[in-house]
Ligand binder design. Structure first.
Ligand SMILES: Nc1nc2c([nH]c(=O)n2[C@H]2C[C@H](O)[C@@H](COP(=O)(O)OP(=O)(O)OP(=O)(O)O)O2)c(=O)[nH]1
Length: 137
């Protein structure tokens, strides 16, 4: 248990980049926690997976995008206490992948310029990640 008595939840997230340096955001669907907010694609790291394996799996499941572990570059991470857990979320950047992203789970998608990221309400854990992407791109 962490000091706050909350479990640490490990979630892997990815800033998928297109040729124009835009970043893919996905909108969390109704009925889920943080519904309506714009997030980086990704998900919980399952038992027996590395974060990189999680992302290769999730990008395919969520977006129909095929990529490889070698195409995922670590950028930074989020560490944020939510009400019922503490989120630890490594953020990777991916520039090399195959396929055209589409919301396979019905989620809205948006390619966003780094300078426009603040126009899209994101989960509180994500706010501190924005400057890292703006500096990178
Ligand atoms: N994928 C992703 N998850 C994020 C981001 N920011 C952030 O706080 N999260 C949180 C939301 C969820 O609590 C968790 C990711 O869980 P998930 O995507 O695998 O599962 P989920 O939404 O179905 O989970 P749940 O909250 O509905 O139980 O991480 C982000 O940028 N990307």
């Amino acid at each position: 248990m962490s000091e706050a008595g909350k479990k640490i939840l490990l979630v892997a997230a990815c800033a998928l980049l297109d040729q124009d340096g835009r970043i893919l955001l996905a909108q969390r669907p109704e009925g889920k926690s943080l519904a309506g907010l714009w997030e980086f694609p990704g998900g919980k790291v399952e038992q027996g997976e590395t974060p990189e394996e999680t992302l290769v799996r999730e990008l395919d499941e969520e977006l129909g995008i095929k990529t490889k572990i070698a195409c995922l570059a670590p950028l930074t991470f989020a560490s944020h206490t939510y009400e019922t857990f503490h989120l630890l979320m490594p953020l990777y950047v991916c520039r090399r992948y195959e396929g055209i992203a589409h919301g396979r789970e019905g989620q809205a998608l948006k390619w966003v310029k780094p300078q426009a990221l603040r126009d899209y309400p994101m989960p509180p854990a994500d706010e501190p990640l924005i400057p890292f992407l703006q500096d990178l791109l």
